[in-house]
Structures are given as structure tokens and as C-alpha cells.
Design a protein around this ligand. Structure first.
Ligand code: S3P
Length: 746
């Protein structure tokens, strides 16, 4: 057995916090012996009887003798006296730490009481608790997956801090470090204030005449809101007194908020009311997602329990080989159109209603950004979103950088849209987005007069200087990119004159079509699209069809799995998006479009696909931009086809959510599929292949493509890092499982 971290730990104050510390130290073998100091003989007896501590003393100086770690978990108001009482027994090298919820006052008390020993004092605060108190509630797992905040001062010995950090970490806690002042302010706002409010609400109602009568009708909301009013009054009395200054400041903030709310209620101002509540909704979802390091969607659905299970936060797909796909599969709304519906709806005059909105992470990042810029947006609920447009010049400066998550479309289109605003703004993203090129949009916008800087090597963060007058330009796109085209056109809405863009090959034209839907004239002439600045968008109703890029996985899955027969209803079949259908048909796929119709300016159809033997082809380069997001799925079709499939002219795949040529090649290699990588494409030789482990590198489309490969693999496939499937296809695992894919999420 390895050496324990400490020889002897003394716990001073043996309640829930101290008792749990002792129990966790014991369970994890972190000390040779554990003793307690408490004024109460009964508590000591109880602790020894429960096996939480080995021994105890009512004399605190006696209790700490020979201890190399002393953990003080008495009420904060008693801390000064307790430290003074134990000091005579402290050995020279003993480390003292505490669990108090207020740090400023505890630190002053410790400085005074410990004198020259103060440098060995490491102030700490475990953010954990229960409604139950006392040593009998001690729980060895109380701190597991909880946070502990350490607030060492300049005089604290860093070696002592490191040892205290080590013991908390060994108990399974996540240790954070901050200044005592910041700790007290943050805790006042996030813990002390809500406790005060809960106590106050119950007390206020209880004082009213017949409180029994009120409480009889009090339902879930009251219970949820006031749960913490069951906490220990003595402890909270202490905390409210000890953290007075920070608590008063937090209360001030809160009363300002209540005043704003009261005002909105009084005036019946529904925009203001909706603004407060939708911002609160989404702020809470952000907070849950951040804490659980999980997807925004799940947090928004309120599946709070998921947040503690980190394996669910980044799932692995376990695929059992074989199976076929059948039935009617309604895939979620189109991602490109969902982004644009929020952007244009926000800039329109009037209220825009959207149906079929994609409630995936990427589109939600766009939605959040516009909320952060003051737009009131209701929903999404069941794909319905209501946007209270603020007009072309109505956006407000956001208070912090706009976080775009994984979404390249959000960042690039917003760069264009924000280039002509009156305010400064910064756009940031997750690890994958932070590696993607942004100069491609910054460059033409600078030519228009925008002031934009990008980070290292032209990557995020993107910083935009407000108040720059833009002038129209003509831009010849150096690459076939709908995002760059859209960014320039959106910038053009704010430029003087006609901004025009010519593309080297057709790319998705949702921006142009949707601008038209909002009554904004777009001149289209062959490969050129143009807008005049200074017009007006008028709110409208939008219907977002199902996303052909999400349907693509089922087009491939049903084609390759014998006996499959799938109908994908109401899929967008804009000709700038249907390359995947053309390519699969060239390979021999059995795909039919039924019930073709127009849905608000975009063509849609029900797509029927049945399994068919596929053959390898040379993919026509003209189809590449029209199928740019579907290549991961097409590569799987190629692996199941007879002969070679050859792709060239697709270098853009290297700068998507991952380097899709290399990451797909690595996955194909893991399954034993013969292939050869080119700078701008790949050769894949179809045939039988096995199972294996695939890394999706956080790329949603890689994960879903390899999930489909299992239909034809000879062994199980494990796909890692699948959290980002939620960026474009929330509910994929469930829907695909329902259709017949053997997928287990771990
Ligand atoms: C998109 C354009 C494409 C595509 C992306 C969505 C859009 O990107 O890959 O998923 O909505 O405009 P590029 O413009 O970089 O080709």
C-alpha cells in the first residue's frame, strides 16, 4: 500500500461537514489515524461509535496534538475562538484548513488567532451539504464530484495549499482557487442570497393571517423554491452576519431586478416580461450545461440528473453489427435555415414565427447570441420559435463575448452581420471552432471598411470594432462557401450601395431565398448575388423543412442495409443541397422523391429509399459543394460499394468541424477498409469490413456516419466522443434505434 497523504488528521467540530471529511479520509486511506475535537462529549462518543474517528478530546489543544492536518468545521462565527484554543497543541509543521462558507472574516480571525502559524492556514470551502446535519449524517461520498474552493492569501505557504488540494482531490472533489473577496461575493450571490430569499418568503407568508390556509394550497413551486428554508438556522444566521457586506450588495442587485420585474408587471409590458424570463431560462440552461459539461439541449430540457454523470456528458456509441432500417423517419429541422431564421427574424420589423426550428446546439448558439444582443425570443418549444424583431439597427451591445460553441455557421455569418453595427463585439467558440479559419470572412469585410481582427493564424476569437461605416464591394469568392457568401451579403445590408458576390460554384442559397421571404430584394444573376444596403426586413412566418444533411445518414444506411425501406418526410430538397442524392443515385441507390411541394420559398419532398447494391464511382467535382456536409456518410456508402470510389476537389473537407478527410480515413482504417488519402479527397475501395474503435474527434457527422457503417460491419463498432451529435441532430440515437440501428449509448 502506498503511504497515506497524512499521518494524523484532527477534525475540529464533528458535524456533517467534519464527519464527512473524516469518513472520506478513512474510506480513501488518506491518513493513518483520524481524531476529533469537540466541546460535546456526546458528539465525540457518537463519532467513535460510528467508526468515523478513532479517538477524540473535548480539549481542542489536546485533540490536535501530533496531527499534521487539522480540519476546522465549526460555525464561522466561532472560528477565531476555536483556532485560539487549539493553537497551543499545534505542531510546528501542522497544516490547518477549514470548511467555512465565508472566507474574509475567517481569514482575519485566523490571522489573529494563529499568529506566526498563519502561513500554514489554507482557507477552504467545500460546496456540498445536505439538509440533514450532525455526525450521524456523515457521508464518505459527500464531496465526490463536488467543488471545493480554496482561497489562499499572499502569506499562505504554497506547499500547504498543494497538500490541502491533494486531499480534496483524493476525496473526488474538483478544487478551484480564487481570492477570498471574490469567493465571498460569488457565494453571497449564488448561495447566501437564495437562502435568505427562501427563509424570507416562507416567513412572509407564514406571518399572514391564517398561514395554514395558505400552505394547504402551496404546491410544487413553493416546495421547490423554499426547500432550502429547511436548512440550519444557526449556521445561516452566522453566515448572514459574517458575510454582511457582500450579502447586502447582492441584495441590492436583487432588489433592482425585482423593481424591473414589478415595473413590467405594473405596466403590463409583455416584451419586458418575456425578455426577463427568456433570458433567465436560457441563462439557467447555460449554467446547467456548463456545470455538467454537457450539451445545451439536455440542460434546457431540464434533465438535471444527467449533469452529475460525466460519461453521459460525452457519450460513446456501442454499435452491434447488422440490422436494417425501416419506417417513416422525421429528421430534425434544417440547420442552415434555422440559423438564418433567427438572424433575419431578429433584424426584421415585427414578430416572426418559425416552425420546424432545429433545437440543436449550433442553432441554439445563434439564438443565444441574439438574446445576448437584446432580442426577445420565445421558445424553442417543439420546433416553434417566436422572434420579436428589433429592426436592422436595433441590436444592443452584448455584455460579454458571444459564445458560438461548435458552430462555424454562427461565427462566420455573425461576423458579417455584426461588421456594420454601432458596438464592439467578440465572438468565441469551443476547441474545435477555435481551430477553424476565419480570415475567409474577415478579409472581404475589411475591404468593405470593417475593423475585424482574428486570433492566431486567423482563427477565433473574432473581434469586431463597432461604428465603422461600410461601403459596398464586389467580391469574387476564392472558394465555394455559402458561409463566406452569406457573411458578405449580411454585411452588405449595412453598406452603402450594392454589395455583390460571385461564387466559383453554386453553394446553398438559403440566405438569398430567406432575405426574399423577409421582403428584402436580392438581385440574382447567374453565379452572382447582390443586395443594396439600408433596406428593411419585414417579419414573416417561416417553416423550416427537415435537414437533408441529417436525412443523409438514413439515405446511406437504408441503401447499404439489405431489406431496408425508409421514408423521410418533408425534407428540404433545395437544388444547392441535393448533391448527396445525385451521388448516391450514380452509385446505384434506389431513391425516389415523392410529394414534391414548396414550403415558404424552399422546395421539399418525402424521400423514399430502399436498399440497393452500390458500385464505386468517380464523384463529379461539380457535385462537391452541393454535398459538402454529406461526405462522411458518402464515404461509408463507398466502403459498402463494389469497386473504387474516387473523390477529388474536396479540400474544404479539411476545415470542417474536423479534418473530415483524415478523420474518416482513420476510422475507415480502424475497420479495415482499403483507402488512399489525397490532399483534396480520397479513394475508397468497397468490400467487407470488420468492427473496431473509431474516434469521432467531436465531429457530429463522423459519429453518425460510422454508426450507419455498423449495418454492414462484421464486428461491433465503438464510436467515441459523440456529444456533438447534439449540435445538428438531437435525438439521433433514439430515432436511429427506432428505425432499426443497433445502437447503445454509453
Ligand atoms: C453552411 C455552409 C457550409 C456547410 C455548413 C453550413 C451554411 O459551410 O459546410 O455546414 O449554413 O452556410 P461552408 O460555407 O464553409 O462551405
Amino acid at each position: 500500500m502506498s503511504e497515506p497523504l497524512f499521518n494524523r488528521i484532527a477534525i475540529i467540530g464533528l458535524g456533517l461537514i467534519g464527519g464527512s471529511f473524516a469518513a472520506a479520509a478513512r474510506e480513501n486511506g488518506l491518513a493513518r489515524s483520524i481524531v476529533a475535537g469537540s466541546r460535546s462529549a456526546r458528539t465525540l462518543e457518537q463519532g467513535i461509535a460510528l467508526g468515523v474517528v478513532d479517538d477524540g478530546s473535548q480539549d481542542l489543544a489536546e485533540a490536535v496534538k501530533g496531527a499534521d492536518l487539522v480540519f476546522v468545521s465549526t460555525p464561522v462565527s466561532a472560528m477565531g475562538k476555536v483556532l485560539a484554543a487549539l493553537k497551543p497543541g499545534l505542531s510546528r509543521t501542522a497544516i490547518v484548513t477549514d470548511g467555512g462558507s465565508v472566507k474574509g472574516n475567517v481569514i482575519s480571525a485566523a490571522r489573529q488567532a494563529l499568529g506566526e502559524h498563519y502561513s500554514r492556514f489554507v482557507p477552504g470551502h467545500p460546496i456540498a451539504g445536505k439538509e440533514k446535519s450532525g455526525v450521524s449524517a456523515a457521508d464518505a461520498t459527500l464531496y465526490r464530484d463536488h467543488r471545493v474552493i480554496l482561497t489562499p492569501t499572499d502569506d499562505t505557504d504554497p506547499a500547504a495549499t498543494a497538500k490541502v488540494r491533494a486531499i480534496w482531490t483524493a476525496m473526488g472533489a474538483e478544487v478551484l482557487q480564487m481570492s477570498p473577496q471574490y469567493h465571498d461575493q460569488v457565494l453571497a450571490e449564488t448561495s447566501h442570497l437564495p437562502h435568505l430569499l427562501a427563509f424570507s418568503l416562507v416567513d412572509t407568508l407564514a406571518r399572514q393571517g391564517d398561514s395554514n390556509e395558505i400552505f394547504r394550497y402551496a404546491a410544487g413551486g413553493f416546495r421547490d423554491f423554499t426547500r432550502i428554508a429547511s436548512s440550519d438556522p444557526v449556521m445561516w444566521h452566522d453566515i448572514f452576519r459574517e458575510n454582511k457586506a457582500a450579502l447586502l450588495q447582492a441584495l441590492g442587485l436583487f432588489s433592482d431586478g425585482i423593481d424591473r420585474f414589478r415595473d413590467a408587471v405594473e405596466k403590463g409590458d409583455s416584451d419586458a416580461l418575456m425578455g426577463i424570463m427568456t433570458r433567465a431560462n436560457s441563462a439557467r440552461a447555460h449554467f446547467m450545461a456548463m456545470n455538467g459539461r454537457t450539451s445545451y439541449t439536455r440542460a434546457q430540457l431540464g434533465e438535471d440528473s444527467i449533469m452529475t454523470d460525466s460519461s453521459k456528458a460525452n457519450p460513446t456509441y456501442l454499435m452491434t453489427p447488422g440490422g436494417k432500417l425501416n419506417g417513416r423517419i422525421r429528421v430534425p429541422g434544417d440547420k442552415s435555415m434555422s440559423h438564418r431564421s433567427i438572424m433575419l427574424g431578429s433584424l426584421a420589423d415585427g414578430v416572426t414565427e418559425v416552425e420546424g426550428f432545429l433545437e440543436g446546439e449550433d442553432a441554439l448558439a445563434t439564438l443565444q447570441a441574439f438574446r445576448d444582443m437584446g432580442v426577445v425570443i420565445e421558445g424553442p418549444a417543439n420546433g416553434q420559435v417566436t422572434i420579436h424583431g428589433v429592426g436592422l439597427n436595433g441590436l444592443k451591445a452584448p455584455e460579454k463575448p458571444l459564445y458560438m460553441g461548435n458552430s462555424g455557421t454562427s461565427m462566420r455569418l455573425l461576423t458579417g452581420l455584426l461588421a456594420g453595427q454601432a458596438f464592439d463585439v467578440e465572438l468565441t467558440g469551443d476547441a474545435s471552432l477555435s481551430k477553424r479559419p476565419m480570415e475567409r470572412v474577415a478579409k472581404p469585410l475589411r475591404e468593405m471598411g470593417a475593423q475585424i481582427t482574428t486570433g492566431n493564424e486567423g482563427r477565433p476569437p473574432v473581434r469586431i470594432r463597432g461604428g465603422q461605416p461600410l461601403k459596398a464591394i464586389h467580391y469574387d469568392l476564392p472558394m465555394a462557401s455559402a458561409q463566406v457568401k452569406s457573411a458578405v451579403l449580411l454585411g452588405g445590408l449595412y453598406a452603402e450601395g450594392e454589395t455583390s458576390v460571385t461564387e466559383p460554384a453554386p453553394t446553398r442559397d438559403h440566405t438569398e431565398r430567406m432575405l426574399g421571404g423577409f421582403g428584402y430584394a436580392v438581385r440574382r444573376d447567374g453565379a452572382t448575388s447582390a443586395v443594396n444596403g439600408g433596406g428593411k426586413l419585414t417579419a414573416c412566418k417561416l417553416e423550416v423543412p427537415a435537414d437533408i444533411s441529417s436525412a443523409a445518414f438514413f439515405l446511406v444506411g437504408a441503401s447499404i442495409a439489405e431489406g431496408s425501406d425508409v421514408t423521410l418526410p418533408h425534407v428540404g430538397i433545395n437544388p444547392t443541397r441535393t448533391g448527396v442524392i445525385d451521388i448516391l443515385k450514380l452509385m446505384g441507390a434506389d431513391i425516389r422523391l415523392e410529394n414534391q411541394r414548396d414550403a415558404g420559398g424552399e422546395p421539399v419532398a418525402d424521400i423514399v429509399v430502399k436498399s440497393a447494391p452500390l458500385k464505386g464511382i468517380v464523384i463529379p467535382e461539380a457535385l462537391v459543394p452541393l454535398a459538402i456536409d454529406e461526405f462522411p456518410a458518402i464515404f461509408i456508402a463507398a466502403a459498402c460499394a463494389e469497386g473504387d470510389t474516387i473523390l477529388h476537389g474536396a479540400e474544404e473537407l479539411r476545415v470542417k468541424e474536423s479534418d473530415r478527410i483524415q478523420v474518416m480515413a482513420d476510422g475507415l482504417a480502424a475497420l479495415g477498409v482499403d483507402h488512399e488519402v489525397f490532399d483534396d479527397g480520397i479513394r475508397i475501395t468497397g468490400g467487407a469490413f470488420g468492427g473496431g474503435e473509431v474516434q469521432s474527434h467531436g465531429d457530429h457527422r463522423i459519429a453518425m456516419s460510422f454508426a450507419m457503417a455498423a449495418l454492414r460491419a462484421n464486428g461491433p463498432i465503438t464510436i467515441h466522443d459523440c456529444a456533438n451529435v447534439a449540435t445538428s441532430f438531437p435525438g439521433f440515437a433514439q430515432l436511429a434505434g427506432h428505425a432499426g440501428l443497433n445502437l447503445e449509448v454509453k
